[in-house]
Write a protein that binds this ligand. Structure first.
Ligand code: PFF
Length: 448
């Protein structure tokens, strides 16, 4: 059977940006900005995202398109008979870990969307009421499991429809919608009385706040947000036609991802400050602090619906990309049908996600290396497997593939003159700067 491709340039962009823009932008980025000192964190983030992570994103796409294979097959094809296939194996398994806990938060978003639709966040609900609403919900057994299941099913439906008529079509409708939704929210938030303080927090850096923990959090977030080191961008890269400009699509993806994170922060932080709330709320920011704001602001009921809808859309386009890695592997390496492959990924992700979900309630006493199951999966992937996967991947491209092959992919056989001009600079980043910097930041997280 012929391999599917994305139809056109816009299709590539919405798929890649759809993977990148997700809970990481709307949920993780704003709370990390809040916890790690506002603009100083953003400053470090920009450097990491564009100087270290963009070349890694391009490298992933190169491996995918060069091999025209899934994450496991790619290394078997480009480096036959070597141990690199183990990187492929990890790249297939890590996204399943990520999708399992990702869909738990996706399920929470669905629940909060239903709550918003029934106007649960209106009429001045107090912070403590919302706090206990959230705690009661996540510590219960059935409701979060239901949300998790529904979210995974929705993802599975798009996957079964295929690369072009599922992933690409869904992205083409949902990504523009997502931008519109978040821009509406940002406008509402920035026009609240007292919102300026939040903007100052986002845009005026205090460089004395930068330390090793800020750097490691920023690097972890840049990896997470650009979906790196887990085989997703590699798999999507394998669906990019030979005629497309792979480096340009990757750059647009990184820009869209960063812009989206900033717009999301502009939708959240000004409102947090306008209501005199604490920006360092952590993971509860989106599910506790924001509903309080919605409950107490004019038009808050509608804005709540818009916000949680945006959260769901963003989360689904990302979880699709995570799901696709396992499905592409099963279809190509195990010769299974797309339907059966989707079913297998569903079952594995469902079981692992159910454990994550229950780790807030009945399984909260179960600890792995001192962490609850959910936190363990989150930290294992974002702080360990993703940077490690990304590091090995750039080493593969910079030191195992030949310069001629990388040049060929980067410039479409020498035909893209702008890419030809910057190739040596990018090659230097891939060979030296990215591996060394990622290694240093990665190790410093263990040392400090
Ligand atoms: N980039 C996604 C986000 O920011 O929410 C999360 C993610 C998707 C991570 C796909 C990794 C991945 F492979």
């Amino acid at each position: 059977m012929e391999r599917e491709n994305f139809g056109n340039r816009f299709g590539v962009l919405v798929a890649m940006a759809g993977s990148a823009v997700g809970l990481g932008n709307l949920w993780r980025f704003p709370y990390l900005v809040g916890s790690y000192g506002g603009a100083a964190f953003i400053f470090v983030y920009i450097i990491f995202a564009f100087i270290l992570c963009l070349p890694i994103l391009i490298s992933e796409a190169i491996v995918g398109r060069r091999s025209r294979s899934n994450a496991y097959g790619a290394f078997k094809k480009l480096a036959p008979g070597t141990k690199w296939k183990w990187l492929g194996a990890v790249s297939v398994f890590t996204p399943i870990i990520v999708v399992s806990y990702y869909s738990v938060i996706g399920g929470w978003s669905l629940e909060y969307f239903f709550k918003a639709c029934t106007f649960s966040f209106t009429g001045g609900t107090t912070q403590s009421e919302l706090g206990s609403m959230f705690d009661n919900f996540i510590t219960s057994v059935w409701a979060p499991l239901f949300g998790h299941t529904l979210f995974l099913l929705l993802t599975g439906i798009v996957i079964i429809a295929g690369v072009k008529s599922g992933i690409e079509k869904f992205g083409k409708i949902m990504m523009p919608l997502l931008f519109v939704l978040v821009i509406i929210m940002a406008i509402r938030s920035m026009t609240l009385p007292g919102a300026t303080e939040g903007l100052v927090y986002l845009f005026k850096p205090d460089f004395s706040k930068i330390d090793a923990s800020v750097c490691s959090a920023a690097l972890g977030q840049a990896f997470f947000s650009l979906s790196l080191g887990v085989g997703t961008m590699l798999t999507y890269g394998s669906y990019i036609k030979k005629s497309e400009n792979l480096a340009a699509s990757s750059t647009y993806t990184a820009v869209a991802d960063f812009l989206f994170a900033m717009i999301a922060s502009c939708a959240i932080m000004p409102a947090v400050f306008a209501f005199g709330l604490n920006p360092q709320e952590g993971p509860g920011l989106v599910f506790q602090t924001l509903p309080f704001i919605f409950s107490n602001m004019t038009m808050g009921g509608i804005i709540a619906i818009i916000f949680f809808l945006a959260l769901i859309v963003a989360a689904i386009t990302s979880s699709i990309s995570l799901y696709e890695v396992g499905v592409a592997y099963l279809v190509e390496e195990r010769k299974m049908s797309r339907k059966w492959s989707s079913a297998v990924v569903f079952v594995v992700a469902w079981v692992m996600g159910a454990l994550c979900s229950l780790s807030f309630g009945p399984l909260s006493d179960v600890h792995i290396l001192g962490q609850t199951i959910f936190n363990f999966f989150d930290k294992l992937s974002a702080n360990f497997l993703m940077p490690l996967g990304g590091l090995l991947l750039v080493l593969f491209v910079g030191w195992k593939m030949t310069k001629a092959d990388v040049f060929d992919e980067f410039t479409n056989g020498g035909t893209l003159s702008a890419n030809r001009r910057i190739f040596n600079f990018v090659w230097f980043l891939i060979r030296y700067v990215c591996p060394i910097a990622v290694l240093v930041v990665f190790l410093s997280a263990f040392i400090f």
